[in-house]
Design a protein around this ligand. Structure first.
Ligand code: ACO
Length: 274
């Protein structure tokens, strides 16, 4: 099930045994993120997020790249030619799907099969877990063509790397391989490319077996508590746990039933009968 990869689709996916395999699909352009790709990715994420046959989403790339970052021609040069309106629109489209992915309903895994540059750090961080091929290459290459790592890439470097490594990575613009990326903490693990899909499948199957409400509550908690004080985090976690416990709260349904079907009370004027 899912879209078959073809020459015109910039994003392809298959759903197999509860795992959605989503692929950047511009191999001829090293999967650079064009505005067209960014719009297509948002649509695919939208389609898959609440499907009952999808438990885990894996984001990977067709061909030799994961993604070579933003498309320097279509994302930068052509939108800049449209003026600020075009620039802001293309930023919204890319940042929009990365944000959507950061808070995705299902657990997500970046399967970094090859090149991962610049803007690619947005979706890399958006995925909850990341597994790389030893042969993959990661780089904040912005400095090599004269900009700072924008679109969140600097933030991702500082979130995931120690200060000195983040600074070195951003200022030097030297690519690092998958093994180094794992040592530095950019990804969870690195394995030879030939074993990458098996390892990711193994991890996805473990996630697939867990309580989906607990998975969502846990991944959000890990992302949320970082900027909180201890006491704020403690409070947030109590509330998040309680919200998760009552996720399928029958009371709300009863309140709607008494108003719509039974017509026994008016929510604007008072509470339903428990
Ligand atoms: N934007 C636009 N086009 C790109 C991009 C990109 N980011 N990356 C690759 N392409 C295109 C090339 O222009 C080329 O197109 P063509 O065949 O029509 O001429 C095609 O993809 C293949 O690229 P090659 O460079 O020939 O592929 P190669 O395998 O030799 O090198 C590599 C791969 C190292 C990824 C190289 O393409 C590259 O350096 N790309 C740019 C990486 C980068 O710095 N991205 C921007 C990060 S900064 C940001 O995202 C904000």
């Amino acid at each position: 099930e899912g879209h078959m990869a073809n020459d015109t689709e910039t994003v392809a996916f298959d759903v197999i045994d509860g795992i959605a395999w989503v692929r950047f699909n511009r191999p001829g352009k090293r999967n650079a993120m064009s505005p067209t790709l960014n719009r297509a990715m948002m649509e695919v994420l939208d389609e898959l997020e609440f499907r009952s046959d999808v438990a885990v989403l894996v984001l990977t790339g067709e061909g030799a790249a994961w993604t070579a970052g933003m498309d320097l021609k279509e994302y930068f040069r052509e939108t800049e030619a449209e003026g600020l309106k075009g620039v802001r629109r293309s930023q919204r489209e890319s940042y929009g799907w990365w944000r959507r992915l950061r808070w995705y309903q299902k657990p997500t895994i970046a399967m970094v099969n090859g090149w991962c540059f610049g803007g690619g750090y947005g979706p890399l961080f958006a995925c909850d877990l990341a597994f790389a091929a030893d042969e993959a290459k990661f780089g904040l290459s912005e400095i090599n063509w004269g900009i700072l790592p924008g679109g969140g890439a600097t933030k991702v470097a500082v979130e995931l790397l120690p200060f000195r490594k983040a600074m070195y990575h951003a200022l030097l613009g030297e690519p690092i391989d998958g093994k180094t990326a794992a040592e530095w903490g950019l990804v969870n693990e690195s394995v030879p490319l030939a074993q990458l899909k098996d390892r990711v499948t193994e991890v996805a199957k473990i996630l697939r077996a867990k309580n989906p409400v607990a998975l969502k509550a846990t991944k959000d908690a890990i992302r949320r508590v970082g900027v909180m004080t201890y006491d704020e985090a403690e409070d947030y976690l109590v509330r998040a746990q309680e919200a998760a416990n009552s996720f399928d709260n029958e009371g709300r349904k009863e309140g709607i039933r008494q108003f719509i079907d039974e017509k026994s009370y008016k929510p604007g004027l008072g509470a339903y009968d428990k």
